[in-house]
Design a protein around this ligand. Structure first.
Ligand code: PMV
Length: 363
């Protein structure tokens, strides 16, 4: 008897140009384009196994071993419905002898190897791994480059986006843009690879876990409040992000770390300014986060005076944890300085405090 099962894993991605704000809450269409780097080492990943079987009486999802509620009309259900539709139209309709997996219930088990919902982009890797595992189970994608695939990573990014916006970017390795799109139905709001990791292999991301507790204001409710109340967000969407997207893509193409760092830090700071401009205000950074900003700014000031170049770029998502981007030649110096100023106070869930970046395709 055949077993219909697939396991894939996807890494988190960390945005340099932040997505913050939806123009459509159901389809998860953003108010601006965004750009991120997908991490590739093993510390921050979701691994998902999906199995279809005609004897399953219902579809069940386990997240880190606990059964999750599948809300009717919710994000997960929308992702599953879209994948089933693709299976029906692209595979089952073309071959009457193929098993009708789209009609069977699923068992899906997903594990994060890092704290969930702590501002470490767990929903991004989670929905990317879920989408890619079911796509593999349904025969929609082939991770074997020698075999043709019936759906591209950009098409699958449309499905992952229905689960969590930032998840669409984790379908690619390397440097990835999520295009805002203009269609009200969302088919042009997808992820594209700007450059593979091999283009700029000396780029590293140091993940500084300031606090791994669950975050206070979820990105969904935070974004909605910002869209409803912040005038600064409207300025950001119209006058800032479009030019920044072009500038950072150029910086990546040119491997121009100084421009990359300036844009990344400015965009993180504007995102947190927009959070503060929300009513009531949202505070994601804490005193340790602000001290990390001060240390990196000072390092860059001294380095710029000496060499005319910057050495590091900080960025913060919806939580206090810092990601510091730097190039290989500066990794040792940055780690030494951060560990000197921020010694580890208690045992960490990570084997070491830093996760070195080298992007890769989810596999
Ligand atoms: O996809 P969500 O709902 O987890 O939102 C992610 C928002 C940020 O991480 C703050 C920014 C981004 O672009 O990843």
């Amino acid at each position: 008897m055949s077993v219909f099962q697939a396991t894939t894993s996807a890494p988190v991605n960390i945005a340099c140009i932040k997505y913050w704000g939806k123009r459509d809450n159901t389809l998860i269409l953003p108010t601006n384009s965004s750009l991120s780097i997908t991490l590739s080492q093993d510390h921050l990943r979701s691994t998902t196994t999906a199995r279809a079987d005609p004897t399953f009486t219902e579809t069940t999802l386990w997240l880190n071993g606990k059964v999750e509620d599948i809300k009717s009309g919710g994000r997960l259900e929308r992702c599953l419905a879209q994948l089933k539709k693709m299976r029906r139209e692209r595979i089952e309709a073309k071959d009457p002898n193929t098993p009708k997996l789209s009609e069977w219930n699923l068992h899906v088990a997903s594990f994060n190897n890092f704290p969930t919902a702590a501002g470490l982009a767990s929903s991004a890797s989670g929905f990317a791994a879920l989408t890619s595992s079911i796509a593999a189970l349904y025969g929609l994608s082939s991770f074997d480059p020698s075999k043709p695939s019936v759906s591209s990573p950009s098409e699958l990014s449309l499905v992952a986006r229905l689960g969590s916006g930032s998840a669409c970017r984790s379908l690619f390795g390397g440097f990835v843009a999520w295009e805002v799109g203009s269609s009200p139905t969302g088919e042009d709001s997808l992820a594209v690879q700007v450059a593979p990791q091999e283009h700029w292999p000396t780029m590293h991301a140091l993940i500084c876990v300031v606090n791994d507790a669950k975050k206070g204001t979820s990105s969904t409710s935070g974004m909605q409040r910002t869209v409803e109340t912040s005038a600064l967000l409207q300025h950001r969407i119209k006058n800032v992000v479009p030019a920044r997207m072009q500038a950072i893509e150029k910086a990546i193409k040119d491997k121009d770390f100084d421009s990359f760092a300036r844009i990344t830090m400015a965009d993180s700071n504007q995102f947190h300014a927009v959070a503060l401009d929300t009513a009531p205000p949202i505070f994601y950074l804490n005193d340790v986060s602000r001290s990390i900003i001060a240390v990196v700014e000072e390092l860059n000031r001294v380095s710029y005076e000496k060499t005319g170049h910057l050495v590091a770029a900080y960025t913060f998502d919806a939580g206090p944890n810092a990601v510091v981007y730097t190039e290989s030649r500066n990794v040792k110096q940055i780690i030494e300085i951060i560990v000197r100023y921020f010694p580890q106070v208690e045992s960490s869930p990570f084997p070491d405090p830093f996760n070195l970046f080298s992007g890769s395709q989810p596999a």
